[in-house]
Design a protein around this ligand. Structure first.
Ligand SMILES: [Zn+2]
Length: 210
């Protein structure tokens, strides 16, 4: 025997399922592109600020006899010198850290970098390694590969490494014959810097006995 209230409960189910289904569809189709657009515009806006900060560092340098060794702070560039009227702020609340004048300033948010997608490779002594094969692996995407130049540098990818946000789960690996391969997480930030260790090998020319 079905009471009136039980019938009402059963009548509610199809509507609840429809609403839940619509919510899932919204989540799947609207939220990820929304997050991606937001992440991309925050990245672009932050990089514009970083570019302006770097420009101000260079201006400061030319106003101070070409001093490129100085390590400035944002305060040096805002008041009273007036390179900036207002303190530049990262749209995602990252903190700006300035290095020497010729080095790009950094944001504490790893993806906000003027060197996004750049890879640098050197050996344990700090010498640049050319010919290093670097590979970007993103979930569900074809691999991207590139080879470092004689300065040990290469641009591996631009910001939208893929259409979604899955680049945050990506990995970059570097390999060169005679060296141990290394892998890093994309979310550790850019530029990706590899310090490859020479593999001990009895057949390597320098170490051959007799
Ligand atoms: Zn930022």
């Amino acid at each position: 025997m079905t009471t009136k209230s039980q019938r009402r409960v059963w009548a509610v189910w199809p509507m609840a399922i429809t609403i839940a289904g619509a919510a899932v569809l919204c989540w799947v189709f609207l939220v990820p592109p929304g997050i991606y657009r937001w992440a991309k515009s925050a990245y672009e806006s932050c990089n514009n600020k970083l570019r302006q900060v770097h420009g101000a560092q260079l201006m400061w340098s030319s106003d101070h006899g070409g001093d490129t060794n100085a390590i400035l702070t944002l305060e040096d560039l805002v008041a009273p010198s007036g390179y900036f009227k207002e303190r530049p702020v990262c749209p995602e609340g990252g903190t700006y850290v300035l290095g020497r004048v010729l080095d790009y300033p950094r944001c504490s948010i790893p993806m906000h970098s003027l060197e996004f997608g750049h890879v640098k490779a050197h050996d344990e002594d700090g010498w640049p390694l050319g010919g290093v094969s670097v590979t970007l692996a993103l979930p569900g995407k074809p691999l991207r590969t590139a080879t470092t130049d004689q300065q040990g540098k290469v641009l591996l990818t631009g910001f939208p490494a893929s259409e979604g946000t899955e680049w945050a789960n990506g990995k970059v690996s570097a390999s060169l014959a005679g060296f141990a391969s290394e892998t890093r997480d994309v979310k550790d930030g850019w530029p990706m810097s590899f310090r490859l260790k020479r593999e001990p090998s009895s057949s390597s020319p320098g170490q051959a006995q007799n």
